[in-house]
Design a protein around this ligand. Sequence first.
Ligand code: MG
Length: 111
Amino acid sequence: MKAKYADIGSINVRCIEECAELIHILCKVERFGLENFHPDKPEVKNWQLVLQEIEDVERLFGTLKRCMDKGTRRGGKQIADKKVLFGQVAALTAENERLRRLATLLPPTIL
Ligand SMILES: [Mg+2]
């Protein structure tokens, strides 16, 4: 991957693209061999391109894992926040029910 394109697109798209590039060079290796090369770049062997693409994929996998970890933690906080909110609603509902029962004990003239 060229450095100027490193941050273009979502992490998912970049990961997909790097996997596709690895698949592409592995297909070339299957057809032409590890020691073969692209006619435009005879100085770079296919096995070198495989290693470059593996590095790209590994780097993107690392970034993707960090994003997933952050997302999971953020999701966990949202769940915790919802539990707090649910607890507050449940407490208010219980208090409302307690006050409603107390109100039934009052003489009708006060209401
Ligand atoms: Mg690549």
